[in-house]
Design a protein around this ligand. Sequence first.
Ligand code: MSP
Length: 501
Amino acid sequence: MGGIRGPRQGQHFLHRIAMLKKNKFYITTPIYYVNAQPHIGHVYTTVKADVVARWKRKQGKEVFFSAGTDEHGLKIQNEAEKAGKEPQIFVDEISSQFVDLWKRLDISYDAFVRTSGQKHKEIVVKTLEELYKKGAIYKGIYKGLYCVGCEQFLLKSQLVDNKCPDHKTKPEILAEENYLLKMSVLQENLIKKIESDEFKITPATRKNEILSFLTKQKLEDISISRPKKKVSWGIPLPFDQNHTTYVWIDALLNYLTVAPDFFPPDIQFMAKDILRVHATIWPAILIHLNLPLPKEIYVHGFILSGGRKMSKTLGNVIDPRDLLERYNKDSLRHYLMKEINSFEDGDITEDKFKEVYNADLANGIGNLFERVFTMIIDYQIDAARNKKIDTNIKEWLEEADKQYKFYMEKYNLAEALKEVFSFVSQLDKYIDDKKPWVMRKNNDVKLEAVLTSLFFGIEKIIGWLEPFMPAKMLDAKNYVQKIKSGKISKGEKLNLFPRIV
Ligand code: MSP
């Protein structure tokens, strides 16, 4: 990290990158391509980052959470042309669909980067100038197989039946005069940083994949530009206007341009499809610039539907906007965070979604809250007074809290939620054992302690679930406050998660 230059050395924006990042926490999602509508996979990564951002803020961190859209390059140029629209108009339309969707899902980002925006473009130009001055970029001939779907050059060994395995299309054979970024000079350095977790890749299986790729072959210098004749929709290179910036360089720099004071990112979320670029080109740029690397890259699997990749032909596409029209946003956040394993491929179908909703939300927390609140109100228990908490509940609660924090710190949100729901089951069972309605009939003096202990447990659950279901937990918190202040009227129900039939 010693290479960051001090402010005395000039006016360059990179100087603003803070030496001290105390208490700051920087979290990113990928910036998504605007060639197509938002996908449930985009929702997954973004909600995950949002939950972590909310959790860190709750812990008192100063959080910067960035999101955005990736708007340049051949793929988007082609799509705009197909749609018969000017590229800028085309990208404006789709980018705003992402903004709308994030709003509907309560995504609490601090900045939304658009790579076609003026500020981003200016900083990309400055950064390229800096890399060029440092001798990290040179002019050469680049030959390779280019997949427009990936916006990447592929190795022969990556092809299946001569086709890109992800897009099932034949890559173009390109031999162009391009500008290249030196990669091979950094190879050893990069391997060391990944091996030692200075640049951490989670989970370990993904780290090992990258390490085995990096140790098996010599890294080739990569092309960072395309001839303007072919790709006009991009940022012109400052040192050669006949070339535009390769879309991945343009896109990766968003992480740097959006929050220099928070750099480097503490955590970057993405799926496995874009790990290699993030574990090679991205750190290479930073090493060339003498900047610190992100602390951690966290890689999840793909979301499938009915065990298969979503596709129009299979008719199994789950459109997030369609779900949001019919179901509550927090129930979608809940499904994705709990049912999709943090590292493996996961699955969503509407039937599964309903099943989980009814089990966890309607019959789980919805029912638990309702039962306890109703008894507290009906039996006129004073829930505000500080009481001694039942030792069983206290024990379960402390254990659940410990586990919850452990998993949250590791960003393993699915496991953290499972801890919360096993505490919910413990409370359900506690009610069934104690039978407060029988205690009430018998004028049992312990009734108050039982119900206030349950109430205390519920407040804890609300706190744990807040980052996951912010809107619903706010409703629950307000309702709890009303009970505590004695302002609740009999029959006033919370009705948090009505059953779906
Ligand atoms: N524009 C690049 C990223 C540049 S970041 C500097 C890009 N865009 S993308 O629109 O293709 O987004 C890929 C990312 O979207 C994945 O890494 C993942 O975060 C999310 N997902 C999109 N579909 C997905 C699934 N089916 N499953 C899970 N997440 C996937 O690559």
